[in-house]
Design a binder for this molecule. Structure first.
Ligand SMILES: Nc1ncnc2c1ncn2[C@@H]1O[C@H](COP(=O)(O)OP(=O)(O)OP(=O)(O)O)[C@@H](O)[C@H]1O
Ligand SMILES: [Mg+2]
Length: 321
């Protein structure tokens, strides 16, 4: 019980810190992003991709298994997530403005946009950490605006935080057990689930280590493990690759892909263009809180308004000025 309360308090502390720290941290320059994007354009057709209908079938199976208890529901709603007209203002800043998008079951949707575009705010609104000023959110067929974060989490929507803050003195296993308790109140059961998730994210050898001693890459995996331990249907990942080196990024990209292939839908905020283009089935682009473009990765990357938002107008109209 204490662990659960601590988990809740920790999330609130993290939230406060995220708000303070959101503009800190290392950011890459636009030209680096462009280079990455160009590489992605070359590579976007490589790698094994399953078709959406295959994913849909697998996801339907996962849904049946996961929600055996809700057998009364004959057919699951067609869309996993339906966001309609959500807005959020902070004083003079319109962080999110009349934003609508949806997600299919089994989908990976990338959410990209320049710093301050409103991406993390969207996560706060979806996960119940902040109420929207307007708009509706349906998750798995239920309206979720107004529900508390833990209630939304229990429905199957889990998130990671941009600023990673595990309990430093608790072991990796206990940190993840906090997440597992959301759905498994029995300690032994939660512990077994935590152990399995730790192995899944490749932290097995560190299970007994204090979180404080982990490297950044390991802490990112721990953050992912804590969210996964809540057994989500939809996982929101906020910059889980920030600060990682290319080898670590490659490893986490594979991990995210395997999580998705196991039936978990993923909404991915990511500044690493190559990773987001590789992983996403579709991408939505935010700018000043509004949706600028949405579509398949290749078309979004070539969209003039997207290039302009990231690089400035001169890249779109090089002769002008
Ligand atoms: N609690 C808050 N109080 C005041 N302004 C806020 C708050 N949270 C976010 N903002 C502002 O809302 C806008 C969107 O911020 P948000 O953190 O959602 O952007 P982001 O797209 O996640 O950016 P980044 O890529 O830098 O993480 C920014 O202008 C930010 O300064
Ligand atoms: Mg953010």
């Amino acid at each position: 019980m204490r662990l659960r309360e601590e988990a809740q308090n920790m999330r609130l502390r993290e939230e406060a810190t995220t708000q303070r720290d959101r503009h800190s941290g290392s950011r890459r320059r636009p030209d680096e992003r462009l280079r990455e994007e160009a590489t992605t354009q070359r590579e976007r057709h490589s790698g094994s991709r399953r078709r959406p209908d295959e994913r849909l079938r697998e996801e339907a199976t996962t849904q049946r298994d996961r929600h055996r208890s809700s057998a009364l529901r004959m057919t699951p709603p067609a869309r996993l997530l339906e966001v309609s007209g959500i807005s959020k203002r902070f004083g003079g800043v319109q962080a999110v403005r009349d934003l609508s998008f949806d997600m299919a079951r089994g989908e990976v949707l990338g959410l990209i946009g320049p710093n301050g575009a409103g991406k993390t705010t969207v996560f706060h609104l979806l996960s119940g950490f902040l109420p929207p000023d307007a708009g509706t959110i349906q998750f798995d067929g239920r309206p979720i605006v107004g529900l508390k974060p833990h209630a939304i989490c229990r429905l199957g929507l889990a998130r990671t935080f941009q600023i990673v803050r595990p309990f430093p003195h608790l072991s990796v296993l206990d940190n993840v057990r906090v997440g597992a308790l959301a759905r498994r109140p029995q300690m032994a059961d939660a512990r077994a689930k935590a152990r399995a998730v730790i192995d899944q994210v490749g932290l097995g050898p560190k299970a007994g280590h204090a979180a404080a001693g982990l490297t950044l890459a390991e802490r990112k995996r721990l953050e992912l493990a804590r969210a996964l331990a809540t057994e989500p249907i939809l996982l929101l990942l906020d910059e889980v690759m920030a600060g990682l080196n290319p080898t670590e990024i490659e490893a986490i990209v594979s991990l995210i892909r395997s999580i998705n292939e196991a039936g978990v839908s993923i909404l991915l905020i990511e500044h690493n263009m190559r990773a987001v283009m590789t992983l996403s089935h579709r991408i939505a682009v935010l700018n000043f809180g509004e949706k600028l473009a949405e579509g398949e990765p290749a078309s979004v990357a070539n969209h003039p308004r997207v290039i302009e938002a990231y690089l400035g107008e001169e890249y779109v109209h090089p002769s002008a000025g």
